[in-house]
Design a protein around this ligand. Structure first.
Ligand code: ARG
Length: 461
């Protein structure tokens, strides 16, 4: 009956509250395909091992494929009373084929069942993430190739530092997303073991063949320890870590796009499909997609911390706490997918204002280091002294409100007599960029070498 204290929200009292806190069907129905796949592999193995009859196996197979059809057609009746996807499917199977349904759960527990279902789901999602990262990297590579020699200001502290090329800047993101890709591939390898057959936690006396079910489900092999098999959620944590780190990278690029697309910077122009107007200010074009990519990183980080906290301090083996693993991962997967798609679209579509970039590249005495380097190379000064002389030249230029390259030779010689006409060769942003030929530097040929490296690496992995 209904309780006076909590009967308002939960009309039928404690039983309703228990069901509300316990049931996971509202979210774990997402695992229906993996659940049925796992059951089909388990049933085929039970038959092959002589644990169930061929007739029972045939009935189970037929029933499961009907259930798959019902779920996909939207006609399946999910019930919260049956808690989760595993019991919903099994109860329907019993309705369809009677007592043979009860034999499917021989040598299996929901503990290894949920572990294998979720692992299959996460492993595939990790592979999908790797694929989407690849797409983003390829888009960045083609934009970087277009702009291998387009000069822009490089920043530290968001202050103009030294000229770089836009291609070089984009290739910095290729390195980051390339590490994310390799993290995803690496995590997918570690997920490649099947927990099915661990049963509740201790294994089973039935003569099951875990190698066969692992192979049927596309895993490299079975997990080695039955207790670990039902206790472990590292695979979910690794997916969330990959997502969070990639999210951090996406948010940094998103932030730069927000900055670059301001009229003050005017380095890039977002396409109409990735920006919005203002309802009151007609001149505005807002980078909403970039802002949302930046913001959604918060959810990814939250999900990682959330599941780490759920898992921390849990005794072995299974505890119901672990049912809290799914919503975090489902939301993170959907969020990351969307972020990657939006970023790939934005980067692919955006217009690049090379003129504004070039103009900005020359501002803020960005070639000052080139002057200092020239003094070291051509006038034999120790770098510290060259730094000091250059500082005086910058102060002079600042006083006259001109660029370093606009000071006259006489002005420069008044600061240091060793300066000659050839100094002007290095005081241009193009020369500055071209001169940075050290491995990994911003010289256009170096940028092209980075692009070639990544094209080859993507082709071979
Ligand atoms: N719905 C549960 C989960 O997601 C399935 C495992 C239940 N096992 C158990 N012994 N109650 O974790």
């Amino acid at each position: 009956g209904s309780n006076q204290m909590w009967g308002g929200r939960f009309a039928s009292g404690p039983a309703a509250i228990m069901q509300a806190i316990n049931a996971s069907i509202d979210f774990d129905r997402k695992l229906y395909a993996q659940d049925i796949e796992g059951s089909l592999a388990h049933a085929a193995m039970l038959k092959a091992q002589g644990i169930i009859s061929a007739d029972d196996h045939a009935a189970i197979e037929k029933g499961l494929s009907q259930i798959l059809g019902e779920i996909e057609a939207g006609s399946f009746q999910f019930s919260a009373k049956l808690e989760d996807i595993h019991m919903n499917v099994e109860a329907r199977l019993a309705e369809l084929i009677g007592s043979a349904a009860g034999r499917l759960h021989t040598a299996r527990s929901r503990n290894d069942q949920v572990a294998v279902d979720f692992r299959l789901w996460v492993k595939r999602e990790t592979e999908r993430t790797a694929h989407a990262l690849r797409g983003l990297i390829e888009t960045l590579l083609s934009r970087a190739e277009e702009h291998a020699a387009s000069v822009m200001p490089g920043f530290t502290h968001l202050q103009s530092a030294q000229p770089v090329t836009f291609g070089h800047h984009l290739m910095a993101y290729v390195e980051m997303f390339g590490r994310d890709l390799s993290r995803a591939q690496d995590a997918a390898k570690r997920m490649d073991e099947s927990p099915l057959g661990a049963a509740a936690l201790a294994g089973t006396p039935f003569p099951i063949d875990r190698h066969a079910t692992a192979e049927a489900l596309g895993f490299g092999g079975p997990t080695r320890n039955s207790i670990d098999s039902v206790s472990d959620r590292d695979f979910a944590l690794e997916f969330l870590s990959v997502a969070s780190i990639a999210g951090v990278h996406l948010s940094r690029l998103a932030e730069e796009i927000v900055i670059w697309s301001t009229p003050q910077f005017n380095f890039v122009r977002l396409s109409d499909s990735f920006s919005t107007g203002s309802s009151i200010m007609p001149q505005k074009k807002n980078p909403d997609a970039a802002e949302l990519v930046r913001a959604k990183t918060g959810r990814l980080n939250g999900h990682l911390i959330g599941l780490l906290t759920v898992m921390k301090g849990l005794p072995l083996s299974y505890s119901k706490d672990m049912q809290e693993d799914k919503e975090a991962v489902f939301d993170a997967a959907e969020t990351l997918d969307l972020m990657l798609a939006a970023m790939t679209g934005m980067v692919g579509d955006m217009g690049v204002n090379t003129d504004s970039m070039r103009r900005a590249a020359g501002a803020g005495f960005s070639v000052a280091t080139d002057l200092a380097d020239w003094l070291v190379r051509e006038a034999g000064l120790p770098f510290r002294e060259a730094h000091h002389v250059t500082g005086r030249a910058v102060a002079e230029a600042e006083k006259r409100r001109v660029g370093l390259e606009e000071l006259s030779l006489a002005d420069l010689q008044a600061i240091h007599p060793g300066i000659t006409e050839t100094v002007f060769d290095v005081l241009s942003v193009d020369r500055s960029v071209e001169s940075r030929t050290s491995f990994g530097g911003t010289a256009p040929d170096g940028v092209r070498a980075q692009i070639a490296y990544w094209r080859e690496r993507l082709a071979s992995a």
